[in-house]
Ligand binder design. Sequence first.
Ligand code: GSH
Length: 204
Amino acid sequence: MTLYNNPQSRGLTLFPLIQELGIEDQIQQVEMAYPDMHQPNYEQINPMGKVPCLVDRGIVISEMAAIYIYLADKFRDKGLAPDLDDPKRGAYLKWILFCHGPLTEYIDISNLQIPAERIEQQRRSLSFGNEASVHRFLKQGILQASPYLLGEQCTAADLYVAYCLIFAINAKILPDYAEFTPFLQTLAKRDSLKDIAWFQPYRT
Ligand SMILES: N[C@@H](CCC(=O)N[C@@H](CS)C(=O)NCC(=O)O)C(=O)O
């Protein structure tokens, strides 16, 4: 497999997953400089001109969530993805796709500093709704983690959610809600996340 990536990009979020799956030796990493992403060579691979992008046996898999789901399923023996007929799989997909969709949209819109009234006017068509709904979804859901989102077993969803949360907290887009603390403390103990400085405050 070939992974086109950039160390300053959201593609960093894939490293803990790759480490937990133990597949470092199966992935050839190609570091893309930002200007090169918009050259014809790369746009033929990913017409969006963005990273990360995984290519496996000629099949191009772009989009963070797709890469997360694909790799965790491909190496299902590592136990990071619930089985297809396990109802927990529904919650697993919900968490991964919430991060990829509504949460990412919320982070992007927050960075644009669009006035709250304008967002309220568009609330029904914005996938994240409004700030209050995103915060409520995260606080309620993450408080129920026991200790992981799906229970005893850590899944790819925990790695993705934890990384998105810690990024948004550090960017001051999300408050460091007390509801997040036990979950982030649990994740901060994992080998795959222990070297990430953003988790430092949660190491107990
Ligand atoms: N929807 C894509 C977004 C990927 C994305 O925006 N990547 C940024 C880096 S974080 C990028 O490659 N930007 C290069 C550019 O747009 O020129 C995903 O989730 O994978």
